[in-house]
Design a protein. Structure first.
Length: 89
């Protein structure tokens, strides 16, 4: 298990994967925003199971990286980069 040096701050993670589906093998790049890489990988497995019906054993993680905010590609990740974003209680 990978232990983060400072798990108090949210980071952007880019994950390159290869997975087998019923129609063949597909390469994919996914971005997740989380506090640890382990939590981002768990989110990846849950997201792939929900969206693509893929099982954990059919997903191969090729590479992971921490992505700077300016280098993010996915809209779902970029919408959280607004500095005036607030979540009132």
């Amino acid at each position: 298990e990978i232990v983060e040096k400072n798990p108090r701050y949210v980071k952007n993670y880019g994950i390159w994967i290869k997975y087998n589906s019923r129609s063949g093998t597909h390469n994919m790049y996914r971005e997740y925003r989380d506090v640890t890489l382990n939590a981002a990988i768990d989110t990846l497995y849950n997201d792939m199971a929900g969206r693509h019906r893929s099982r954990n054993k059919s997903i191969q993680i090729i590479k992971t990286a921490t992505v700077k905010s300016a280098d993010c590609k996915r809209v779902a990740t970029m919408q959280m980069h607004n500095s005036t974003l607030k979540f009132p209680l």
